[in-house]
Design a binder for this molecule. Structure first.
Ligand SMILES: Cc1ncc(COP(=O)(O)O)c(C=O)c1O
Length: 372
């Protein structure tokens, strides 16, 4: 197989052998549906799902009943909008706060409500000169979407302090944390953050695509947003149902079992990984010396993002691709921060445990050839 240098961890993490092994074993030897059978094989799958949930709960500092499976961060972020806006006490004149750090998946579902007159007003939170959320100017709002780490800037936000500041302005603010990039680099502690919701995708840390995590703090407060098999305990009549307890009441339909099976192995594989900061810092130093390259990220960020004067990001990506380097180019589904920077796209290098210094040197050489 052709060797490539894969530096696109922030878009899709390469899969550890343990994940592939666990999923192959599950599909080959252990497969059955979950929550539907009572034979030994089916019970084994129920246990597998429960163990995976417990592993995720421990990973983010939650209790297992607060962990809901989704198909990914985008699914989780859209589901939260439905959860909030279908409650009896939801007011269509509510305000929501977002920032220019947001990914389209975090902000568009709320702007879609605005577009259709289903929410009152959008507030854009200020960023400081280092593109961090300005804690001392957090506005009063009903809903607050917080990007824990931007997929362009790669810097961890002080989520706990941001939420505390938002609650000082409005004790009832509903806080939603998008931890899609944060999850690979920093320890998530939902209890310390005291957020209402938190999401991430399994594929950003080495699990397969198709599984995501939605943390819901007050599981009793929210009526489910999805209906179907597995979430109802008993139907009394057409409008009187007994729901299953959380988290099952939020999990209508068959779960992505194979992906759930792999997720604890992905979590385990992060243990001991240094974060690749030496590689990012090395490439930052080298690329800083090239005039045409304008670096956006700080030297200690979790990714290296830049643009090239006089060259479109997509052309750059094609030329790097021809040199067998896989990286991310374009607006990265983060249009607002590019707009703020006055550019229409950028180039991102992001590393995972499979990358080494030889990769970093190869990439720097390839970039020198492409921009000269
Ligand atoms: C910060 C951020 N939020 C949300 C998402 C959406 O993740 P997914 O496409 O896995 O749903 C991404 C993916 O790149 C991201 O980087």
């Amino acid at each position: 197989m052709k060797k490539i240098v894969y530096m696109d961890a922030a878009a899709g993490w390469l899969k550890p052998k343990t994940v592939i092994g666990a999923e192959t074993d599950f599909l080959t030897n252990r497969y059955a549906n979950a929550g539907r059978g009572i034979c030994e094989r089916a019970a084994g799958v129920d246990n597998m799902v429960a163990d995976a949930r417990a592993a995720v709960a421990a990973f983010v500092g939650a209790n297992p009943e607060n962990i809901v499976w989704t198909s990914g961060a985008t699914d989780g972020l859209n589901r939260v909008v439905n959860l909030i806006t279908t409650q009896k006490d939801y007011r269509v004149d509510s305000t929501f706060a977002v920032s220019d750090l947001d990914h389209h998946s975090a902000r568009l579902p709320w702007e879609n409500l605005l577009r259709h007159g289903k929410i009152g007003r959008e507030v854009i939170v200020d960023l400081d000169e280092n593109f961090n959320i300005k804690i001392d100017s957090i506005p009063k709002t009903d809903v607050f979407v917080i990007t824990a780490m931007s997929n362009v800037f790669g810097v961890a936000q002080d989520v706990g302090a941001i939420i505390r500041a938002a609650r000082e302005k409005n004790p009832d603010v509903i806080t939603i944390v998008d931890a899609s990039q944060y999850v690979a680099h920093e320890k998530i502690d939902v209890k310390e953050w005291n957020c209402d919701f938190m999401v991430f995708s399994g594929h950003k840390i080495g699990a397969d695509t198709g599984v995501g995590v939605l943390y819901i703090r007050d599981v009793e407060r929210w009526w489910p947003d999805k209906f179907g098999g597995g979430m109802i305990n008993r139907i009394i009549d057409e409008s009187n149902w007994v729901l299953n307890r959380a988290p099952e009441k939020f999990e209508a339909g068959t779960l992505p079992l194979t992906q759930i099976c792999g997720l604890p192995y992905a979590i385990e594989s992060l243990t001991g990984w240094s974060g690749g900061h030496d590689l990012i810092a090395f490439m930052h130093d080298e690329l800083s010396e090239i005039d045409k390259i304008k670096i956006i990220t700080s030297r200690d960020a979790c990714m290296l993002t830049f643009y090239v004067d006089g060259m479109h990001a997509l052309d750059f990506g094609a030329l790097m691709g021809a040199r067998d380097v896989c990286l991310r180019v374009g607006n990265m589904c983060a249009s607002w921060c590019h707009k703020m920077l006055g550019i229409d796209g950028s180039i991102r290098l992001s590393v995972g445990p499979w990358n080494n210094m030889d990769d970093a040197k190869y990439v720097v050489d390839a970039i020198r050839q492409v921009v000269k």
